[in-house]
Write a protein that binds this ligand. Structure first.
Ligand SMILES: NC(=O)c1ccc[n+]([C@@H]2O[C@H](COP(=O)([O-])OP(=O)(O)OC[C@H]3O[C@@H](n4cnc5c(N)ncnc54)[C@H](OP(=O)(O)O)[C@@H]3O)[C@@H](O)[C@H]2O)c1
Length: 514
């Protein structure tokens, strides 16, 4: 039988990861949105799939008074709404018995000491529960206090031969000095190998598949360089504006800090990195950080003005509904200089990528919610079928990160008929149809990895700092130079400002239509 007639002849499991181990997960900020919307549903779904090690207990730490029952009831309400696999009334009562609540103030050492006593009792009853995973899910202004509390109460120290690890949520700093400070605080409390800086984009199935696509296939890697690639685009477009009071946080952050510094530069490093020597956490992260380090710095306001477009949305229409402009939104300064859209042209000064521009754009209130990476290959020579040079005559490999995860490859094909007419066709791969099941949520994968001691999909200290170094130069040009580049505008529901299209036209390119 020929190989292509065999059904699924190739299925292998590769992992540098140990098995996830039993532990107690202690969530700081457990009455908050992240815990209810993401963390508990992720743990619940892992439990439903039988992927959770046994036993696992969860202790929620927050300041308001609540009994265990009240805490569980609140979690149940949200789990019903958001759980990936729905909510099973038969499973939940057993599952939720492993969750309890610890009332405490982040600033009060006594509350950490009482937590320590409680954890010791749990470990005395069951040695396997001596492992501790501390999840810092609070607003960033409390990160320091929580780390100090963990250190002074001795909770950072592993018990016997077990482990004590910390997961830190984003944002990891607001600029380079604050990231260095936070890294120092973490390093005084936990070893780097026990520190897990969450970037939930890395937990997404398609982001993980990027390495597989590149290094488990032979057809792409020979083309993955300046000789064959014309340019690369990374787009994250969001439909949402400042719903749910988000304006307060966003107006201090902006698109560049909120999305580009972390998620989009992480995607860029996965696309552009060299093959790692192995799949260990440091093997992969060593290569990723080299990409960030090789980003050509934007040295002054002129370089920033030439290569970065910032903009705010004005009033417009989304799905037929009138929506406010950014400056009219709740909790946003009416004179705000915060960007809701940013487009960058960046260069990676390495042999592989010499002369290849990477275009990154991120915007709120755009027509569609989607994140994707597109690799635009060089045009064929202007002979035979391409005599006019055609502006759009390129092969494009699209990697859809979300939603509708998958890949597609655009190729030229002859339209059937007597005339020789060419059109683009797509070879398409969709996760949902090929594997017949929905991808797990990023937090599911990342929590399991933290329980297994695998930091591959978490940002390392130097990655975070290098990314801030690049971003700070842009922020400084915007907010500290005498001659800051202007803030452009786009109506809500449009694909960003004209200035971003102009930047592409100047390079004789176009943004990809999503
Ligand atoms: N929400 C998301 O979808 C999301 C996504 C990605 C990242 N994040 C990140 O996750 C973190 C948490 O976000 P969130 O939306 O869950 O925040 P949130 O809803 O504002 O929750 C904050 C939590 O901190 C607790 N808290 C505040 N001050 C306290 C104190 N002095 N002592 C003890 N507890 C205190 C609150 O407890 P009380 O209720 O008892 O006051 C609450 O549990 C942030 O760093 C955010 O950037 C969130």
């Amino acid at each position: 039988m020929s190989e292509d007639l065999l059904v699924n002849p190739f299925r292998e499991t590769f992992s540098s990861r140990q098995s996830p181990e039993p532990c107690v997960i202690i969530i700081f900020g457990a009455t908050g949105d992240l815990t209810h919307r993401k963390l508990i549903p992720a743990i619940y779904n892992l439990s439903v799939d039988g992927d959770l090690p046994s036993p696992v207990k969860v202790i929620g730490f927050a300041r308001r008074d609540k009994s265990d029952e009240e805490f569980r009831d609140d979690l149940e309400k949200l789990n019903r709404k958001v759980s990936r696999q729905g909510h099973d009334d038969k499973l939940w009562p057993t599952f939720c018995q492993s969750i309890s609540y610890h009332r405490g103030e982040f600033q009060d050492l006594e509350d950490y000491k009482s937590l320590a006593r409680r954890l010791d009792e749990i470990a005395d009853e069951n040695q396997a529960l001596s492992n501790r995973l501390f999840y810092v899910a609070s607003a960033p202004e409390f990160f320091d206090e929580i780390l100090v509390g963990l250190k002074e109460s001795g909770l950072n120290e592993p018990r016997d031969d077990h482990w004590s690890r910390v997961v830190v949520e984003k944002p990891f700093g607001t600029d380079l000095p604050s990231a260095i400070h936070l890294n120092k605080m973490v390093a005084q409390t936990f070893a780097e190998k026990d520190t897990y800086r969450i970037d939930h984009y890395l937990g997404k199935e398609t982001a993980q598949n990027l390495m597989v696509l590149r290094f488990a296939n032979t057809i792409f890697e020979p083309l993955w360089n300046h000789q064959h690639v014309d340019s690369v685009q990374i787009t994250c477009s969001e439909h949402l504006g400042m719903e749910g009071g988000r304006g307060g946080y966003y107006d201090k952050a902006g698109a560049l800090r909120d999305m580009v510094q972390n998620h989009l530069l992480q995607l860029l490093s996965l696309v552009a990195m060299e093959p790692p020597t192995d799949l260990s956490a440091d093997g992969v992260r060593d290569e990723k950080v080299k990409v960030i380090r090789s980003l050509r710095p934007l040295k002054d306001a002129k370089a920033v003005a030439e290569n970065v477009i910032r903009a705010q949305y004005t009033a417009g229409s989304i799905d037929g509904n009138e929506v406010l402009g950014y400056r009219e939104e709740d909790r946003v300064d009416p004179n705000s200089q915060t960007e809701t859209y940013v487009a960058l042209r960046v260069h990676i000064d390495t042999w592989r990528w010499s002369g290849v521009p990477f275009y990154i754009r991120m915007g709120k209130r755009l027509p569609k919610k989607a994140t994707e990476i597109s690799i635009h290959f060089k045009k064929p020579p202007c002979v035979l079928f391409n005599r006019k040079g055609g502006s759009d005559n390129q092969n494009v490999l699209v990697i859809r990160i979300q939603p509708d995860e998958g890949h597609s490859l655009r190729i030229s094909s002859k339209v059937p008929g007597s005339a020789l007419r060419l059109e683009h066709v797509k070879m398409d791969f969709r996760y949902s149809t090929s594997f017949g099941k929905a991808s797990p949520e990023a937090y599911e994968r990342l929590l399991l990895d933290a329980m297994a001691g695998d930091a591959t999909l978490f940002a390392r200290r130097d990655e975070v700092e290098e990314a801030w170094r690049f971003i700070d130069a842009i922020e400084n040009a915007w907010h500290q130079s005498d001659n800051p580049p202007p803030m452009a505008e786009y109506p809500a529901g449009h694909w960003g400002p004209d200035e971003a299209d102009e930047m592409m036209r100047a390079d004789e390119r176009l943004w990809r239509r999503l």
